[in-house]
Design a protein around this ligand. Sequence first.
Ligand SMILES: [Zn+2]
Ligand SMILES: [Zn+2]
Length: 195
Amino acid sequence: MAMTNPECEQFSLVLSQLLEKQMQEDDQLLQVFNQHLREALQESRSRNTFALVTSAENVSEAIKQKDNELAFANLKTQELHENLQKAIEARDAWQSIAMEKMEMVADLQVTLQNMVTHDAPCFSSTLPQSEEVKVGESTCARPFLPCKLCRYLSACMVFLPCRHLCVCKLCDISVSACPVCNAEKVQSIEVLLSN
Ligand SMILES: [Zn+2]
Ligand SMILES: [Zn+2]
């Protein structure tokens, strides 16, 4: 059945109105869909951002902790290094003291040897040699070295480091410097002479 011209126009008008309405509905639908999509994206983005920030904070905290541990380890290493250095210095000091003492002992041995053979300088310059001296009730044939302080008992203590054989055992207790050369008494040793 063929449509007349006015009918055709009417149909065309209705069709275009329907299309227009459909397009509007589609448009609204699209807008709603877009809105939902945008919201979903935004939510997802903020969730990701939060996760990223939290993760970054954790990493930063871990780095900070490791930094602290490293600083502590460095401090300990430095302390150990200083202690080692001190120990080395102490060892060197002791070594030099030991060397000094050994030299002193060697010197002392020479001095004693000289003294026994009556040619020690300090001995011969200050004291009579091989003189028979009466000390208290006993008479000794050995050279009598009067104590430089009490002048009564025999000098039998050698002072170190000056090595002067100068005082008796009793005076040794009360004296802190050598009465011959005035050097500080670091140590004193009793000399035992064999006849
Ligand atoms: Zn004395
Ligand atoms: Zn002395």
